[in-house]
Every structure is written in C-alpha cells, then in structure tokens.
Design a protein. Sequence first.
Length: 582
Amino acid sequence: MIKRLSRWLLRLVVSVLVVLAIILVSDFVSHRYRPGTVLVLELNGPVPERGSVSLLGVLNTHEAALNLARRALINAEDDPRIVGLAIKVIDPEMEFAQAQELCDLIGDFKKHGKWTSAYIETAGESGSGNLPYLVASTADEVSMMPQGEMNLLGVGVREMFARGMFDWLKVKPNFDAIGQYKSAANVFTQKDFTPAQRREDDALVGDIFDQIVAQTAAHRHLAPDGIRGLIDRAPLTAADGLKARLLDRLEYEDQFDDRIKHYRGEHHEVVGFQSYAREKVLPLHSPSDKIAVIYGLGAIQRGGGGFDPLLSPDSNAMGSDDITKALKDAREDSRVRAVVFRVNSPGGSVIASELIRHEVELTAAKKPVVVSMSGYAASGGYWVSTPAARIYAEPGTITGSIGVLGGKFNISGAATALGVNTGLVARGANASMFDAFTDFTPEQAQIFRDQILGDTYKYFLQIVAKNRRMTVDQVNDVAQGRVWTGEQALKIKLVDKLGGLQEALAEAKALAKLGPQAKVQIEELPGQVGVFGRLLGGGQSYAVADMWRPPRALQPLIWMMGESLGRHAAFGEAYCPLMPVM
C-alpha cells in the first residue's frame, strides 16, 4: 500500500514538473523576439477598454482592447529588440477620447527614436472616417489602398425626437428634468430641439471639430485652414488624399506587409501587439507594490454588471455590486498603494451611482484615488468620479451633464385602443403615483420635481462643490445638465488635467509617494469572466464583437425606455445620451 502510494506521488510530482517545464519553455519562446522586430498594432472591430490574454492567446480576437494596446506600446518603447511600429487601421469602432489616447501612445513610441508606418484600408465607407484617419495620421507615413475613401466629413450630433410616435401610440410621457440642458428625456417629450439643447449640441460639436482639425493638421504638418477646406470638400478619393498630402503612398495591405518586413532595406520579423502584450506566466520578479486599476464601464445599474447588449452603451453595464467590491478589495489590500478608477460611462441609476461614489470616497480616505475618464464620464459617470484626488480626461472626453431626470409613461390610451380595460382599487392619496395607467396629478408632479428630482440635483451640486473646491453656486453655473468636452471641462474646473490612463497612473504613483521609476504591479479589477459566463449574467465584461448590438443612435432611446418600462414607474436617473458621429 505504501509503495503504491509512493509511486503515485512520484508520478504526480514528475507530471507537475513536466507541465511546469512545458509552461516555462512555452513562456520563454513566446517572449523571445529577435533584434529588429516590428510591433504590429491592428485595429479592426471594437476597441473596448479592457481585454485579456490567456495561455492560449487573446480571449477575443475580433477586437483591439485598449489596455492590451497600451501595455504593448509602453513596453515596446524601451525594448531594444523592437525597432518600429506598423499600424494597420482596418475597421475600428472607437470613441474620440480612445482615438486620442492611441495617438498619444503612438506619439510617445516615436519619441524613443523608433519609426512608425500606418496602413489604413479606408477612412470610412459610406460614412465618416475621421477617427480611423486621425489614429493613422499619427505615424511618420500613411498609406491607403488605391480604392479607399477619405471621408473626413466633420462632426455631427443627431438627436431623436419620438414624441409624435408616442402620440400616435396614445402613450403619454410624464417626464421632467432638473437643469435646462438635461435633455435626455426630450426624446420622449419633444418634437424638435429646445433652444438650450441646440445651444449645447452646437458648442459640443464645435469643440470636437476644432480638436480634430488641430490634431490632424499637427500630425500631417499642414495648416488647420487647409484641413478645414479638405473637410468641406470631402468625401475625397485616395488619389485626392495623396495629392493633398494626407497620404504618402497608395498600396494594398499585402504590399504594406511586405514593405514593413523589408523596411529601409533590412529584414524584420513582426509580432502582433496582442501576443507581445501577453505577460509572463511565471515572472522572475513581481514588484511588491501594486496600483489597482478599476474599470467602471457602461451604464450604471444596481446589483451585478456585465454583458448587456441592448440597454447599455458598448454592451457593458457597470454594476454597483461589482465596483463596490473591487474598491473594497483594493482598499483592504495592503500591497495596493493607490487606485486608478477608469470610467467610461454615460451614467445611469442615481442609487447605484451613489453606492459607488460612497465606496470611492471610503477608498480615497485611505489611499490615493485618481480617475481616468475615457470616452464618457458624464452624469452618473461624473457623479462616481467626484471623490478622486485628481481627475484626468482626454480633450475629447464627454463629461459633466450634472443634472437629473426621470418620469413615467401613461399607457392607458394605448391599452384602451387595444381593447384592454383596467381598474384600480387603492388606499392612499398617492398610491397610483408610479402607476403606468395614470398621469401625475399636479400635486404628484410637484412632489416628483421638488423632492425626487430637486433634492437629488441639490445633492449632486453639493458633492461636486465639496470635492472640486467650488461653491454650490459656481457648480450650478456649469451644471444644469450641460455636457462638456474634456478640454472645456478643464477650463471650468470639472477636471484637473488632460491625459490618458498612463498619465493617471503616473499621478497615482506620485500621490502614493512612489518614485517615477519605481516598479509597480498593475492589478486590473473587477475580475473578468468568459463569454458564456457573461451570457449567464456573471461578472464584469467587455464588448463582444460577434453579438448583435443596436445602432448607436438608438441606444439612448432603448436604454431609457428599458429603464422606465422595465419598472413601470418613475425613476431618477443621471444619464447622458449624446453620441457624436465622427
């Protein structure tokens, strides 16, 4: 018996050692690159904030996760084996702020004395192509396939007004908002722009347009007025782009690949950024100090977050349970010296936002918290950011929207038209206040505006004033539900500095009294789950490219209708629906 057990234990030990040896050899081979290697950054499909690399490779190959691109570009800057960067812009789906961060990362790579070359298949196809071209234009040289389109068409915000449809359906929207610019409910209540809504959209579009013009001109060493003239002439052909010095050559992807492999008469091996970003399974040394990067992605809701393709922008939902647990874990981990809260959210539930904000506040009382805003950090997305010691945003981040809205639908007319009759037996003057078959009475409407919405707005102003070192009146002047770009928000003190996640990490290190060269381990929270786990409702997720998602223009309408009809009641929300077309 003892001999049999000894043999079994020996076999187990040998098996473990063999598996460990295979992992070590595989790990060594996968991270072995020859001098003269070129890093390839391919942007094709969604650009989610977060992705993962497993032992078998990238978990989702149909996307270019920003965290992996960031890790690869930063590591390659000081890697003597990497001599250049090939950027292949095929058909990316990204926000303006994400494009700006990619531009900054590519620019930092260039500053380390390494060459860059970009291939763009087309800058838009029967649609706008500003953002794909903006990223490609950061490279030293840009090429495009000969039949590609140069659709540098400018910027627009299309608002949707569905009041006529609800009138036709005999559904009466009972909605209100605090803040003259808090216009998310206008999709239900209006048939056209209100003056404030048009004024807000015009200012937002103008600032984004100016940023795109300035950055494109700087990348291509052209005059801004010349870029404006080209935009007004667009769409342009690839040949037009070549003549206008927007492009350096026309070639197909296979020709670009071959040229990169023999760039400047030298032979180069290539490595994809996702493979290069894969961390070692068994690192020789792991820093003792950590910085937690907590991802708050998608519309904010109570409970768990995760995969939500219909009712949340970018197919993500930021669940209060997930984020509060991640913040608590980071706060109680003695090795975590600081926290960077990466926010990409248009807002959502006030209750969920407050639960998250309180947990951020508890964490900030114990260790430094820095917020890094991505494409959106508006309304509830701004609410959860307020306790941070520093707030970073990209120039094109959409933020602010400090306001609150809510309401309900009265579907009694539609029900009657369908031959459905209802009756109510109740006690209490306001028993039917949140009923879906009645309008608010004048007294209920006043209670809803003054207490549910009004008190929430006052509280929103107070938490912003407290944390931004402003008076409530000063905050109210820049609040009113108005949306700002990051560049505008810096001027009115809603953010502290412009920059991406890397700048936020540097600030977190400084606040934690760690030297700029100090090595730290980056721990990403909350934990991720696979596709099947997301479909079953578990855990923080990231965008899934092969799942259907509603058109961007319809997402705010679907989200808000889902919130109201799903509860059959009035709701208080801090949500921003703006989605500029770029």
